[in-house]
Design a protein. Structure first.
Length: 280
C-alpha cells in the first residue's frame, strides 16, 4: 500500500486587533468610569438631602433636578440654544481677530510694545464691571452677549498664538532663508503649522471663557438664555430650576470643549499629544 501523506496542519495566525476597536474599548471604559463616579456623587447627594432634611429651596435633591428637566425639556433646550449661539459667535470672532492680532504683534516690534501691553492692561479689568456699558450701548439682544464672549475669550488665544508663532526652531528658519523663501512662504510653511498646537490650546481655553462671558452678559441684561433662566429662577426661589440650568450649562461646556478637541485631532494627527493618546 502506498503511504498516505500526512494531512497538512494549517495554523492561522491571530488577526491583529483593529486600532479603532481598541480606541472604542478605551472610550467605553472611560465613559463607564465617568458614569460610575457621577452615579456615586448623585446617590451621596440624594442621601445627604434625605438624612439632613435639606429643603429643596436650599439644595434640591438630584431627583428634584431631574424631575424639573423632565417637566419641560424644550424650555431649557430653547434657552440653551440661545446661549450656545452667542458663545459660538463670540468664540469664532475672538479666534479670527485674536490670530490676526497675534500675527501683527509677532511681525511688528512697535505693536508688541504698544498693543500687547494695552491688551494685558485691558484683560486685567473685570469684564463684569464693563458689561452694563455694553447693555447701555448695544442693548439686551444677542449682540451684547457676543461682545462679552469675544472680549473674555480673545486674550488667551492671542497669547498662545504669539507663543506658537515664536516657538520656531532657528535651524528651520535658517534653512528657508537659504532657499530665499519670502516672509509669506515662511509664515505658511513654517510658522503657522508650528503654531497650530498652541493655537488650539488657546482655543480650548477660549471656548470655556466665551461661555462664561455669555453667561455674564445674560446676568446683566437679557430676556433669553440660560443665564437669564438662572437669574429669574433664583429670584423666585425655584432652586431646582437653577440647578437644572446649571446642569445644562455644564453639558454645553463639555460639548463645546470636546468639539475643539475633536477638531484638533483632525487637524493635527501628527502631533505628539495625539499620537500619545492613541498609543496608550
Amino acid at each position: 500500500m502506498t503511504p498516505q501523506p500526512e494531512a497538512a496542519v494549517m495554523v492561522q495566525a491571530p488577526l491583529p486587533a483593529s486600532p479603532w476597536l481598541g480606541k472604542l474599548r478605551k472610550s467605553a471604559t472611560q465613559f463607564g468610569y465617568l458614569l460610575a463616579t457621577l452615579a456615586i456623587v448623585l446617590l451621596g447627594w440624594e442621601a445627604a438631602c434625605h438624612v439632613f432634611h435639606i429643603g429643596a429651596y436650599l439644595l434640591p435633591k438630584p431627583s428634584d433636578v431631574i424631575r424639573q428637566i423632565a417637566e419641560d425639556p424644550v424650555f431649557l433646550l430653547r434657552h440653551g440654544l440661545v446661549t450656545a449661539a452667542a458663545t459660538l459667535a463670540g468664540f469664532v470672532l475672538a479666534t479670527t481677530v485674536g490670530i490676526l492680532i497675534a500675527i501683527l504683534i509677532v511681525y511688528s516690534p512697535f505693536l508688541e510694545k504698544t498693543l500687547f501691553t494695552a491688551l494685558v492692561a485691558f484683560n486685567a479689568i473685570p469684564k463684569i464691571a464693563i458689561a452694563p456699558l455694553f447693555i447701555l450701548w448695544i442693548g439686551t439682544g444677542l449682540e451684547s452677549k457676543v461682545l462679552m464672549a469675544f472680549l473674555i475669550a480673545i486674550f488667551p488665544i492671542i497669547v498662545d498664538t504669539v507663543v506658537g508663532l515664536r516657538s520656531i526652531d532657528p535651524a528651520q528658519l535658517d534653512l528657508v532663508r537659504t532657499y530665499r523663501a519670502s516672509q509669506v512662504q515662511t509664515f505658511w510653511k513654517i510658522r503657522f503649522p508650528n503654531a497650530l498646537p498652541s493655537i488650539f490650546a488657546g482655543m480650548k481655553v477660549g471656548i470655556t471663557l466665551a461661555l462664561i462671558g455669555t453667561i455674564v452678559g445674560e446676568f446683566v441684561g437679557a430676556n433669553r438664555g440660560l443665564g437669564f433662566v438662572i437669574l429669574q429662577a433664583q429670584g423666585t426661589y425655584q432652586t431646582p430650576l437653577v440647578f437644572a440650568a446649571i446642569a445644562m450649562l455644564s453639558l454645553l461646556g463639555v460639548v463645546l470643549f470636546n468639539l475643539i478637541d475633536w477638531a484638533e485631532r483632525l487637524a493635527l494627527p501628527w502631533h505628539v499629544s495625539n499620537r500619545g493618546t492613541r498609543g496608550r
